[in-house]
Design a protein around this ligand. Structure first.
Ligand SMILES: Cc1ncc(COP(=O)(O)O)c(C=O)c1O
Length: 401
């Protein structure tokens, strides 16, 4: 069995200039925007009491994004808010003037007209962009990397987007989408990652993800938990992780939780950067074959990387079995706890928590993050069974993929 690898963050700290992107006021705007959607409801925060006792911690909470807007993943929060902020800036408005009813009105359509939103995706982000474009009367073009499944493509095509699977990896699909947007009249790239010179739209996407973090913070309070001691979050390019870490750092400025980032080992660009320790990002390329399709990204989001460098305690590179273990344990928890349908990328952090609390090999990891019987752990199941056949194979048939 391949081992989990981890790196304690010893990277030099920076001026932390990107942290205000996830400021509480900014995220309130994203939350208010999402609340204006007819499809909006808070996704559940499930408390696993029996599991917490079994793992030897005090409390375990898991935010279940399989309920998000009927799309089975959190990603739509980013694309929809970024599109709204883009339309707001093009029409000289503040995004608070553009709730769903206004954005979808004939009047605004006349004012803004129609743009074509380009993006690259493993599935979830593209589906969110296609869904949002469809509702807002805009066009979407989506490129998927080699190895993407037909089910994921069909879910995007259903939303009226032009979608294809390319013979290249995710990061190359991003470059293709950016080039096409550049060459198209009223073409806009809405990508869930940032690079030098492309920062504004990805920062809006991160703010959109903030809605999920903000809900979780409130739901913890409803359970009587003032503050989690540990937050586990998964990463592909790291936009989600930057959003979650940034939001909770701003929410608990005096006493932030310990943050743990979990990546797929074949695409562990953030872990590699942390292991190198000089503060520079590292890139992974090639095919990146993993069941964690949402985490198969090898080039870090540059603005997120700065937030992560300053606030994360440990970066973990997880083999596929970790995600599969997490999926199975969440699907069939201990009697008394509610099950969570958690897909490959959704369950990886829980799998990592389970491994480090139950397997002797990872005692050092548990100690490195100070996990013990007083710990209150928050995790995000960022997707449900977005690939239903693979989900059944892993959870029901006990297969590796
Ligand atoms: C379900 C799921 N979880 C987590 C992530 C990771 O997000 P990021 O690429 O921002 O790190 C993705 C990305 O596509 C995803 O689809």
């Amino acid at each position: 069995m391949e081992q989990i690898k981890w790196a304690v963050n010893k990277m030099p700290k920076t001026a932390d200039t990107n942290l205000p992107i996830m400021g509480l006021e900014e995220i309130k705007k994203a939350r208010t925007f999402h609340e204006s959607f007819p499809q909006y409801s808070k996704t559940p925060l499930t408390k696993l009491d029996q599991m917490a006792a079994y793992l030897g911690v005090k409390e375990v909470y898991i935010k279940d994004e399989s309920y998000r807007f009927g799309l089975n993943a959190f990603k739509v929060l980013g694309g929809s808010f970024a599109m709204a902020r883009f339309i707001a800036s093009e029409t000289g408005k503040d995004v608070s003037e553009l709730p769903y009813a206004v954005l979808t009105s004939d009047k605004l359509r006349e004012e803004f007209g129609q743009a074509t939103f380009f993006t690259a995706t493993d599935g979830n982000h593209g589906r969110g962009v296609a869904w949002s474009a469809n509702r807002l009367g805009q066009k979407a073009v989506v490129h998927m990397p080699k190895g993407s499944t037909q089910t994921r493509l069909e879910n995007i095509a259903k939303e009226g987007a032009q979608v294809d699977i390319q013979e290249m990896n995710y990061d190359d699909c991003v470059r293709l989408a950016a080039k096409e947007a550049d060459e198209t009249e009223r073409g806009v790239i809405v990508q869930d990652t940032a690079w030098d010179g492309y920062e504004e739209i990805p920062s809006w996407i991160m703010q959109g993800y903030g809605t999920m973090a903000m809900e979780a913070g409130e739901q913890l309070k409803d359970y009587g938990c003032d503050r989690p001691t540990h937050v586990f979050v998964q990463a592909g390019v790291g936009s989600l992780a930057g959003a979650v870490v940034g939001y909770f750092t701003n929410l608990y400025p005096d006493n932030p939780p310990t943050f743990v980032v979990v990546e797929a080992d074949v695409a562990a660009c953030l872990y590699k950067g942390a292991a190198a320790g000089d503060g520079d990002p590292r890139i992974v390329d090639g095919d990146m074959q993993t069941i964690m399709a949402g985490l198969a990204c090898g080039e870090p989001n540059t603005i997120s990387w700065d937030i992560l460098k300053n606030h994360v305690t440990v970066f973990i590179a997880a083999p596929d079995w970790v995600a599969a273990k997490g999926m199975r344990m969440l699907a069939a928890p201990i009697k008394g706890d509610a099950p969570v349908t958690s897909g490959e990328s959704g369950a990886a952090p829980f799998g990592a928590l389970a491994a480090m609390t139950t397997m002797d090999d990872y005692k050092d990891l548990r100690q490195a993050i100070g996990l013990d019987e007083n710990s209150k752990v928050l995790l995000f199941s960022t997707e449900g069974d977005t690939d239903p056949d693979r989900y059944k194979n892993i959870v029901w048939e006990g297969k590796e993929k």
